[in-house]
Write a protein of this length. Structure first.
Length: 153
């Protein structure tokens, strides 16, 4: 390849001009999408899983985000955007822990339940289906389109 010494996956990294899409999970009794809409933006912190933290560090300002309610609801409920990329989590003295700022974009026309997502062949590869415990995950452009199409009512 043109870049000897760089890992092969490098060429597949999204270019900064195309926002990457993500899905973040929240327990609505702890912090709901409605509250994000009311507040406009928030610091998304408290993430401890190493893979989820890696995804937080990869986020860029302007990236698109789907917000998923875990717990009893289990559905994608809204859209948001990364307002500020990763920074050290306030109040934590551990450099591994980072947070991002998230701003609300709007509710989905209808919430998209996990059961429906699992039945959609276009979404079979989504980490949400394969690794249900992961709280922050990438969403491919094709998966993003499929989710928005399925939630348009």
């Amino acid at each position: 390849g043109p870049h000897p010494g760089l890992p092969r996956t490098f060429s597949r990294m999204p270019t900064p001009s195309t926002p990457t899409c993500w899905l973040i999970k929240t327990e609505p009794s702890t912090y709901s999408f409605d509250r994000l809409v009311k507040e406009g933006r928030t610091v998304w912190d408290g993430v401890r899983n190493n893979l989820a933290l890696m995804h937080l560090r990869a986020m860029r300002e302007g990236d698109e985000v789907l917000v998923y309610h875990s717990g009893s609801e289990k559905a994608v409920v809204g859209r948001a955007r990364i307002a500020a990329p990763a920074f050290p989590e306030p109040g934590q003295n551990d450099p591994r822990f980072v947070a991002v700022e998230v701003e609300a974009v709007g509710r989905l026309p209808v919430p998209l339940p996990l059961a429906t997502i699992k039945q959609n062949p276009a979404l079979a590869g989504l980490p949400l289906v394969r690794n249900s415990r992961l709280s922050v995950m990438p969403v491919s452009p094709a998966e993003w389109k499929a989710i928005l199409a399925a939630s348009s009512g």
